[in-house]
Design a protein around this ligand. Structure first.
Ligand SMILES: [Zn+2]
Ligand SMILES: [Zn+2]
Length: 364
């Protein structure tokens, strides 16, 4: 089969690889119909971790072509969306719907223990050395624990819409859910990428009175207004904290969601020279802006250690801080249902379509 492979820092190539095969009784092989590019790929592209030849891509929808003898919920021919993270469905964490904390989803639990103190779920398209599985920018993917991570797509939901149930939609929805958004709340979302867009839409659907999205890309801000029903702030042009207070009765938002993360680019030259950790700029702003007693939900990708985190504000203001990588299987059936009812439209997040042979262009 053909697949998009990491060949070195900043270097991608479409290569011919052996087709994946069933390895375990609960595996399925899926022929990929759509696979999305994600900001998380960019860190890998820059050269953090992959081995030469590893396949990128973790958000995908496809058709089941083969199943192992213990797969009960799927058979060849089913159209499925596959959760980007890999979890077993039966460990202590999965039984409590904390799928991203799965004990058995990683190919390298020791790496998780070293980095976080515990192993966490694996993910497609991540380096094997970081607990990942071969990715979805390929013609075929082996899906472990297929009954847990693959979900039949309802007939009326298009591939382009279902694709986002793989990663961005459950992650974004989880932001509103973990934040405990209630009717009448004011919610602020930092980051108008796919996760932030869905977090904003979810907050609206859960009854938030006002949702304010903070970003600097005009096209993304326009999309958040149009598709998520959000108000927007361009942080280059306004004082974000003052604007948010103004729009929340002088208190600050009830729930603040970080859908930005800590990009490596936030490290200044001085930080690099002194070895200081990167700064979580969006989370810091969220902690400062959030009303007293409010919630801050951290969804973005962050390095193990960050610098200048305003910990004092967490206690002084009585904040609740929550975070997770997405617990996909907890949310995906509900999201597909909302997609089928047209409540959640995500196809606008797919701004460009390319055939696999031109996949490297998606990252230039
Ligand atoms: Zn992703
Ligand atoms: Zn598990």
């Amino acid at each position: 089969m053909r697949a998009l492979c990491w060949m070195g820092a900043g270097e991608l190539a479409v290569r011919q690889l052996p087709d994946p095969e069933l390895r375990n009784a609960h595996d399925a092989i899926v022929r990929v119909r759509r696979s999305a590019a994600c900001a998380a790929d960019l860190a890998l592209l820059a050269g953090r971790g992959p081995a030469v030849g590893e396949v990128l891509g973790h958000e995908f929808v496809g058709e089941v072509v083969e199943v192992g003898p213990e797969v009960r919920r799927h058979r060849a021919g089913d159209r499925v969306v596959v959760c980007s993270s890999v979890s077993c469905g039966s460990c202590w964490y999965c039984r409590r719907e904390l799928h991203s904390c799965c004990d058995n989803g990683s190919t390298d639990p020791a790496a998780g223990e070293a980095a976080w103190g515990h192993p966490v779920a694996g993910c497609f398209g991540q380096p094997r050395s970081q607990g990942g599985f071969a990715g979805s920018h390929a013609e075929y993917v082996r899906v472990p624990y297929a009954d847990v991570g693959a979900f039949a797509v309802p007939e009326p939901v298009s591939d382009d819409r279902a694709l986002f149930a793989s990663d961005a939609a459950p992650a974004g929805w989880m932001g509103a859910d973990l934040g405990g958004v209630r009717p009448g709340d004011v919610v602020a979302v930092w980051g108008a990428g796919a996760v932030g867009q869905v977090a904003a839409r979810a907050a609206r659907l859960l009854g938030a009175e006002r949702v304010v999205v903070v970003d600097r890309h005009p096209d993304r801000l326009r999309a958040a207004e149009r598709h998520a029903g959000a108000e927007t702030l361009d942080y280059r042009r306004v004082d974000v904290a003052a604007e948010l207070r103004e729009r929340s009765g002088g208190r600050g938002p009830d729930v603040c969601v970080d859908a930005v993360g800590t990009p490596a680019a936030t490290r200044s030259l001085g930080d690099r020279l002194t070895g200081a950790a990167p700064r979580p700029v969006a989370v810091r702003e969220a902690v400062h802006a959030c009303r007293k007693g409010g919630s801050v939900v951290v969804l973005g990708a962050h390095p193990g250690v960050v610098d200048t985190f305003p910990l004092g504000a967490v206690t002084a203001k009585g904040l609740t801080i929550r975070g997770a990588r997405q617990h996909g299987p907890r949310y995906i059936p509900m999201l597909l249902d909302r997609m089928a009812r047209d409540e959640l439209r995500t196809e606008y997040l797919a701004t460009h379509h390319l055939p696999l042979d031109r996949a490297p262009e998606a990252y230039t």
